[in-house]
Write a protein that binds this ligand. Structure first.
Ligand SMILES: *Cc1c(COP(=O)(O)O)cnc(C)c1O
Length: 356
């Protein structure tokens, strides 16, 4: 158990209009901070008024990108209850990320306690309009001032919170996806399976290229042969081909999404045939599309929940999926996950935790 010291703001901010929140534009009144010092471990957990950070320009995070993050949400359910969705999974993934980046781990229960403590202090900031939530961004940065390449001797673990609207302002409409065959996101032995900023910095160029061509997201292929499908932007990607639902295996280059995991568990419970262990060649996707067997394609991630894919472009081939309509499995997953998250459906899976 952390002994969290709480200092409340004396100047609460005006709350933004819940009908026009957008994503990641507003921040709550408080933030959680905990320090790590070599020899002392993680210490001084505290909640403070939201403020800027002061770091030495030589802090290792600025030079060698020793930093990582998580993304999760707090949801306002009926009768004012506030729910988290599988927060212990984010905590465990953050541990795996820390290990890969040589950052000392934070115990799962401390991470979850910290998230709950911040949401509790800023509970009034959890919006109540349909499809809105309080997006939570835990992150860790290397703070030691040093220009040699080495793991930092000090870190800060911080959580900020942002009241956010639906990820897609116009509702859940199918998106157009560009299959990237030049740039790659992740290679075996690299950092594709963790949430570190460096992965995103390296992916911007592919994202820009897709935008310029009129596509909203990139579907990344594997980094070695550029032959197998991996993920879409910041989402895992599912394909329903001839009755079987396929998604790339999490074998080191694919981020193990908590939404992905939850979709697989629901689909198996509903009796669908799911293959999340074999790799899926892009050529098979294209062939299935031409033969009329590519039934549905969708992305999964905390921010958008489920995102139907209406069009795929690979080299000179353009496939329209399900007549550019959201498919029935895509819709059922969206309705079930959001129903559990906002507490309008019974949580049979035991996935939510209430914040007191
Ligand atoms: C965060 C993320 C996902 C989705 O993970 P969730 O836990 O479902 O939010 C997928 N791919 C990448 C690259 C990510 O960073």
């Amino acid at each position: 158990m952390l002994d969290i010291k709480v200092t409340k703001t004396t100047a609460p901010k005006a709350k933004p209009d819940e009908k026009h929140l957008g994503f990641g534009n507003h921040y709550t009144d408080h933030m959680f901070i905990m320090d790590y010092t070599e020899g002392r471990g993680w210490h001084s957990p505290r909640i403070e008024p939201y403020h800027s950070l002061e770091l030495d320009p030589a802090a290792l995070v600025f030079h060698y990108a020793q930093e990582c993050f998580e993304g999760m949400k707090a949801y306002r359910a009926a009768n004012g209850r506030v729910l988290l969705f599988r927060p212990e999974k984010n905590a465990a993934r953050m541990q795996s990320t820390h290990r890969r980046l040589c950052i000392p781990e934070i115990p799962v229960e401390d991470f979850v306690q910290a998230v709950k403590a911040l949401v509790s202090v800023d509970k009034d900031w959890v919006p109540g309009e349909p499809d809105t939530s309080l997006y939570l961004r835990p992150f860790t940065i290397a703070t030691e001032a040093h220009l040699g390449v080495k793991p930092s001797a000090s870190y800060q673990f911080i959580i900020i919170a942002s009241p956010s609207g639906a990820y897609y302002a116009e509702g859940m409409n199918p998106v157009k996806i560009y299959v990237e065959d030049e740039y790659v996101r992740a290679t075996p032995g690299g950092t594709g399976y963790i949430k570190c900023g460096g992965n995103y910095a390296a992916s911007l160029i592919g994202q820009m290229k897709a935008h310029d061509l009129g596509y909203s997201q990139v579907l990344w292929l594997d980094g070695v042969e550029r032959k197998y499908v991996e993920e879409v932007g910041s989402m895992n990607c599912f394909f329903k081909i001839d009755g079987v639902i396929r998604t790339a295996p999490c074998v080191g280059t694919v981020l193990p999404g908590i939404t992905r995991m939850s979709c697989i568990e629901l689909l198996e419970k509903w009796g669908y045939k799911v293959d999340c262990e074999s790799r899926l060649p892009i050529a098979d996707v294209i062939r299935a599309g031409k033969e009329g067997k590519l039934e549905e394609v969708f992305g999964t991630g905390t921010a958008a929940v489920i995102s139907p894919v209406g069009e795929l472009r690979y080299e000179d081939e353009v496939l329209t999926i399900n007549g550019f309509q959201t498919g029935p499995v895509t819709q059922r997953l969206y309705d079930t996950l959001t129903g559990i998250q906002w507490g309008t459906l019974p949580d049979d899976m035991g996935w939510t935790q209430e914040v007191e």
